[in-house]
Design a protein. Structure first.
Lengths: 186, 186
């Protein structure tokens, strides 16, 4: 082939194109292809880790779903219980307005439930074992409790005496006023 | 009896899919490689594309039973994979043809036929890359002696007449450019 051959006829072009298309693979190409095909086939047929992973993910999903369902179903009755308790105790709370723990009862009476807010955050609210929730004793109450536990008999006697006095006070209060007292008032 | 008919009969005799696939690999590995190389112009990439072609054939081996001509089917797959691998680089600008011509002229003094042939091949590749895609694709496939005009038509999804006219035009352009280059017009 001489570069000076300026005229390119069909024969020459065919020769050039044939050389252009000539390419021989490295030896053992078929073997390599067959090996990769066998490997691919083995990968497809073997019980691979993908299946195991898929099963584990599905199992985890089912367990999570069941767990969530159980949590929700156990939460709902507790909310209802609180409502019922609050309604049932409402009358009792009103009647015991004279007791020593007045501020706590008032707080319970003014308790307002916001259902939507509670439903959106059901887990944020602590579950109450007793309603109304017991408030810590103040100093005087603690002293009284200690006295009662240390000297129960005396405490009973004191309580009886105190009750008697209260009864007398109440009877005196309910008595119709005497004519002298009316005159004094006038 | 043509090679294609022999292949189909051998496939019918093959006992399993694996046997059929192995037969196809043995019959067509070289063709697939040469198609890939004609596009990629790199042995390593061509071998990768060949492996990928047969892996794809393995994945779609159920379709193989309904394929009229497995050879053309594989050729089409190989072509698509190779063109996909080449991607934008197939359409990118070729290296400077003038540089190749000057090298050719300087090496002409040494009269080294082998080096000249290699350089001429580079020049041809350069010119083929510059051809429009419509003309380039059938021309590249036509450089492979195993592939007929009908095969090219089926691989590219065009009519046989279109293949012939495009080949004629591509060859004409190539001849003109080669002559112009060797005369120093470009």
């Amino acid at each position: 082939m001489k570069f000076e051959d300026k005229h390119i006829d069909d024969e020459r072009l065919d020769e050039l194109l044939k050389k252009y298309g000539e390419a021989e693979p490295r030896t053992g190409l078929e073997g390599r292809i067959l090996a990769s095909l066998a490997a691919e086939r083995g990968r497809c047929t073997a019980p691979g880790w993908r299946w195991q992973l898929m099963v584990a993910v599905v199992a985890f999903g089912i367990a999570a779903g069941i767990g969530l369902f159980v949590v929700r179903t156990t939460r709902k009755p507790s909310v209802i219980e609180v409502r019922e308790t609050s309604n049932a105790n409402a009358g009792a709370i009103k009647q015991s307005a004279m007791s020593s723990r007045k501020p706590e009862i008032q707080a319970t009476q003014t308790y307002r439930r916001k259902p939507q807010k509670k439903e959106s955050h059901p887990l944020a609210e602590p579950r109450l074992e007793q309603f109304p929730s017991p408030a810590p004793l103040n100093e005087q109450e603690e002293l009284l409790a200690r006295y009662v536990s240390e000297r129960p008999r005396e405490a009973v006697l004191v309580a009886k005496a105190r009750a008697e006095l209260l009864k007398q006070d109440l009877a005196r209060f309910l008595e119709p006023p005497s004519s002298e007292q009316v005159e004094d008032l006038q | 009896m043509s090679g294609q008919v022999i292949l189909i009969e051998a496939m019918a005799l093959a006992q399993t899919d694996e046997d059929a696939l192995e037969l196809i690999v043995r019959q067509n590995a070289r063709l697939v490689y040469r198609i890939a190389f004609s596009v990629l112009r790199n042995h390593h990439d061509a071998e990768d594309a060949t492996q990928e072609t047969f892996l794809r054939a393995l994945r779609y081996r159920r379709k193989l039973a309904g394929v009229h001509d497995p050879r053309t089917w594989l050729a089409k797959i190989a072509w698509r994979i190779a063109v996909g691998k080449k991607g934008k680089t197939l359409d990118s600008g070729p290296e400077d043809a003038d540089g190749v011509i000057s090298q050719l002229r300087s090496k002409n003094d040494a009269a080294d036929e082998e080096v000249l042939a290699a350089e001429m091949s580079r020049l041809l590749q350069n010119l083929i890359t510059r051809l429009p895609k419509k003309l380039r694709e059938p021309l590249i496939l036509s450089t492979l002696e195993e592939i007929s005009t009908l095969d090219i038509a089926e691989t590219l999804g065009i009519s046989e007449a279109a293949v012939r006219s495009r080949l004629f035009r591509a060859r004409q352009i190539l001849r003109e450019r080669l002559e112009a280059l060797t005369e120093g017009k470009i």
